[in-house]
Design a protein. Sequence first.
Length: 219
Amino acid sequence: MKRVLMAWLGVLVGTSPALGDELTSLDLDPQIIQNSPVLQRWLKKVPTVADDIQNDPSFRTRARIGYLRFSPEDDPGLALGIEDLRIGKTRLTVTADYQTTFKGRSAIGANLNYYLRPLGSYVNVAPVVGYRHLETDRYSTSGATLGVRVLLVLSRGGGADIALSQSWVAPGSDSEVGLSTLSFRYAVTHHLRISTDLQRQNSRQGRDDRIGVGLEWMP
């Protein structure tokens, strides 16, 4: 057992001892191995904790549908979207959404997010670049989107997280619009989460506030 403990310590510090051989030499009940996916994985190949942190995201891709309401116009509507669709094994993800309200307001856009820290981190920061079109009863704006996103993971694997983002549509132009968004998400099952987000939309024509409540599906 001492050898196994030393092997575990080696894995934690990033070395690669033959931990699989140590586990195999233990007199384990075959039923225990059969009922433990973790043991089966480690018997086949010994991972390193550092690699898991580097490559296994602490968050998951989400598809979303929800209800939203803008104020001060008291304008309700519907939102659809997909968030953090990972591109290959990189730190690059895609986020896209569509919004429409009963009074004719609409928004559609897509962003690329590049996370600066390993995807397994509990705190991460991502520059954001994309394109967005906004339509209201007072103005219409289309253009490139630049911004930054901060993600705080409260529970790995999509259990709970908080996200704060700040972006600008058509930055530097007369039609520039700033978007400040704060989101809270909490999982109720392995695949389903409840999400709440608050957004402030600032333009030269005025300010709009939005609140949204929705369901997120995590494959």
